[in-house]
Design a protein around this ligand. Structure first.
Ligand code: NAI
Length: 250
């Protein structure tokens, strides 16, 4: 098994917090050079220093992923600093709570724009470059168990993640011939900024008690699968939607 990423360059979106920050560190520790993309310049600088302190090479790339016109320039910046991108982690995501009857067109567009439209155009930008390089590549989409089951009160989030799952398989089929593997990690509930407020409420605590293991998953629970999907060890794995949920959806 070869999980070594030395000589590879990864581009991670939403890398300034939560899972994205963790993914950037894990890939760096496996030897990859990392382009961290995000909206918050100060936080980008912090994560860059963290990765450099681990001995990794890192480029901070300011990017709002919903600004599709800025994606190509962001890749140029990353590749200018680190060389051709061989791994894309489509991690940036968001949610808006509310029953479907209260969802505005603005809410709908915000969730789809971030969770579905942006990953599509990030993936196509990455793939065009990977195809030109002729060395294959790895695209890892961060979906959710919400791709397969209803989470009440966040219908737009669930719809966007279900779309991301099908996008994963469609692009995997289209780019199989180029040795570009496209897979999705579908995490269960892991406490991060996206859900911290909820899990501090009484209802959130009750939800945790309803899980078979009575706990949230941890960021580190995704490390192994990320390395598998980013590395040569996953040569024949493409179009897979892999759940890591600590039994929460069973
Ligand atoms: P988070 O809120 O800490 O991280 C999301 C990141 O995406 C943040 O850094 C945020 O600034 C960034 N982001 C959002 N919109 C952006 C935009 N327009 N441009 C650039 N960056 C943007 O939450 P978390 O949990 O780390 O989420 C990461 C991914 O994991 C998301 O796609 C989320 O849907 C997914 N996920 C999270 C789960 C959890 O329980 N925490 C479970 C299943 C999936």
């Amino acid at each position: 098994m070869n999980y070594d990423l030395k000589g590879r360059t990864a581009f991670v979106t939403g890398a300034t917090s939560g899972l994205g920050r963790r993914f950037a560190r894990v890939l760096a520790q496996a030897g990859a050079d990392i382009a961290i993309a995000g909206r918050r310049a100060e936080r980008l600088a912090t994560v860059k220093s963290e990765i450099e302190a681990l001995g990794g090479k890192c480029a901070a790339v300011p990017l709002d992923v919903t600004d599709i016109g800025a994606i190509s320039h962001a890749f140029d910046t990353a590749e200018g600093a680190l060389g051709p991108i061989g791994i894309l982690v489509n991690n940036a995501g968001m949610s808006r709570e509310g029953l479907a009857v209260t969802v505005t067109p603005g809410d709908f567009d915000a969730v789809m724009g971030t969770n579905l439209r942006a990953p599509f155009f990030l993936a196509t930008e990455a793939a065009r470059r990977m195809i030109a390089q002729g060395k294959g590549g790895r695209i890892v989409n961060i979906a959710s168990i919400a791709a397969f089951r209803v989470l009440p009160g966040v219908s737009t989030y669930c719809i966007s993640k279900a779309g991301l799952a099908m996008m994963t398989q469609s692009l995997a089929r289209e780019w199989a011939r180029y040795e570009i593997n496209v897979n999705a990690i579908c995490p269960g509930f892991i406490e991060t900024e996206i859900n911290r407020d909820w899990f501090q409420t009484e209802a959130g605590q009750k939800q945790i008690r309803s899980f078979p293991r009575r706990r949230l998953a941890q960021e580190s629970d995704l490390d192994g699968l990320l390395l598998l999907l980013a590395s040569d060890a996953s040569r024949a794995i493409t179009g897979s939607l892999m759940t890591v949920d600590d039994a929460q959806s069973l």
